[in-house]
Ligand binder design. Sequence first.
Ligand code: DP6
Length: 346
Amino acid sequence: MQFTSSWRSPSNIALIKYWGKHGIQLPHNPSLSFTLSECHTNMHMQVMPNASSPGLDLKYDGKDAPAFRPKMKAFFDRLADHLPWLASSAVLIDSVNTFPHGAGIASSASAMSAAALCLADIDDQLNGRVTSLSNEWIKRVSRFARLGSGSACRSVFPIASIWGKTANVEESTDEHAISWSEQVSPLYHDYRDTILIVSSGEKSVSSSAGHELMNSLPYAQTRYAEAKNNIQSLIEIMRTEDRVEEFISICESEALQLHALMMSGKNPYVLIEPNTISIIKEVWQYRKETNIPVCFTLDAGPNVHLLCPASFIVPVQDWVNTTLVQYCAGGVYIPDRTGNGPVKLI
Ligand code: DP6
């Protein structure tokens, strides 16, 4: 007997950053992200339970893809208690990302959330349950996704989500993310994220190694406290549309702090490039000159996420084409926006 499932799942960009973890993929501080729309993974999974030769076969666009194997294998091992049939199954995964391969965009959030969706779907089939896509079901998927990659647990909700125990947010937990779309003003339901590809190379230090280094950083506790303060402020700021200046201030501060943490301690490293800095300076100057509320955030790499409300995208896009494209590797950027979360395929 064979079971199959296909899902599309998006990437996400954190505004309040998850940086530092403990235990089994538990965050030291809560994070808040926008779910993206255009950058996603399409995944097809095939499971044969009680297989004569159990194992994991990974393909990218139909071709063998061993590079992703260690992370997927670790994910499957962590799921053993939740999905007891997994260990004796033959699993075939074929996936493809819609963002350019080697664009330096982390695919773990979209890929691990897609895998979590397929696995939860197949678990329902195996146990004769009709998948309901209820709130409870999505939370279960988010919990699974977290075990694959922390940030992946936020990708399964539309528009915005929060992961990690957060003061005054009753439902919040370190175990899985929760939806945060209804709590933000309509302004943030169509926010634009133009992803400027500064470098398409592989990261020199993985996120996992970066999280690990936080454990030896003298500033770690201060950072976790700061993130907790920032998320409290951002939650209030995003409830209305007239506090965009404060939104900008927190987003940019979080992005720079993330990289400042990497550049600290006894084993510092630098992931931003000269062109990352050039773009940041251009953003500050453009905002001063035009009053257009565009700002940047960064993830664990040199690429810049340029955020602005949808109503400003025309001048911002013009400015990207005339001024910022020179800082992009091969002139590449990806116009993205807040999106509605995963979609079941076929
Ligand atoms: C900087 O989720 O990639 O993008 O849990 O080890 O897989 P693992 O790490 P990962 O870390 C993401 C870090 C970040 C910030 C964020 O997305 O919150």
